[in-house]
Design a protein around this ligand. Structure first.
Ligand code: HEC
Ligand code: HEC
Length: 204
């Protein structure tokens, strides 16, 4: 598994993710998102950093995560209760709505985070050869805006949420698409995870 990932090129990733999904209706999604707004913001930009921003996600990613919360493949008590009554159509509509919203532009970092981001940038752009970790930009884009369904935007996102996600992958609490991020995070230290999270949060 790990070996396979290491030699993946950008185009192979796109091929892998070319399965289609039914695009939803953003207007219907907007109406259905009223219950989500308390935590994720009316336009998919949240105020509390533990609640991820959803605005500007790559089409298909949000529907995929909602399905994973519903099947229990991705475990989170709060989100599990939110998805119980969602149909596949609801998920696709919500996906289309959030994908159509502009991503958060609030990328101000504290001085401490800005310092951490320097080391994070090196791994994001160049990988971490000692442990065979590919450059993050290969799958998340040079500006962190994501590249395709399954390969999400990581910029315009809260540093705390990014760090918490990578730690969840590292501990095996979240496995995700093809176990890719589980393998990668396992090879990163908690310090590197902090550095990467600072860099991604500040990416424009
Ligand atoms: C009570 C607060 C709350 C409400 C209401 C809520 N969420 Fe969430 N949501 C969260 C939290 C907290 C997480 C982070 C879960 C984790 O860490 O795994 C999350 C995660 C997500 C994710 C994963 C994002 C990512 O980047 O992987 C999606 C998608 C999502 N929520 C969509 C929705 C939708 C759609 C609704 C409405 C139907 C909704 N949420 C309602 C709190 C909430
Ligand atoms: C080979 C492709 C690939 C590479 C390289 C890669 N990622 Fe990922 N990443 C993914 C996929 C696929 C997901 C979606 C996982 C899921 O389905 O839950 C993801 C999800 C994430 C998430 C969670 C986003 C969210 O909204 O919850 C973060 C954070 C992340 N990656 C950071 C990184 C960092 C940092 C690196 C570099 C050290 C990296 N990724 C390298 C494919 C990749």
């Amino acid at each position: 598994m790990l070996k396979k990932i290491l030699f993946i090129t950008g185009s192979a990733v796109l091929l892998m993710s070319s399965e289609s999904f039914a695009a939803g209706d953003p207007e219907a999604g907007k109406t259905k998102s009223a219950v989500c707004a308390a935590c994720h913001g009316a336009k998919g930009v949240s105020t509390l950093p533990v609640n991820p921003n959803l605005a500007g996600q790559v089409p298909g990613y949000i529907a995929g995560q909602l399905k994973a919360f519903k099947s229990g493949e991705r475990k989170n008590a709060i989100m599990a209760s939110q998805v119980i009554n969602l149909s596949e159509e609801d998920m696709n509509d919500l996906d289309a709505f959030y994908a159509s919203m502009p991503p958060s532009k609030d990328v101000s970092l504290t001085e401490e985070a800005a310092q951490l981001a320097v080391a994070g940038e090196a791994i994001y752009r160049g990988g971490y050869a000692q442990r065979g970790v590919s450059a993050c930009k290969a799958c998340h884009g040079p500006k962190g805006s994501g590249i395709a369904k399954h390969y999400p935007r990581v910029s315009g996102q809260h540093m705390e949420y990014l760090e918490q996600s990578l730690l969840a992958f590292k501990k095996g609490e979240r496995i995700g698409h093809n176990g890719i991020m589980y393998d990668i995070s396992f090879s990163l230290s908690e310090q590197q995870i902090k550095e990467l999270s600072a860099y991604m949060a500040g990416l424009k």
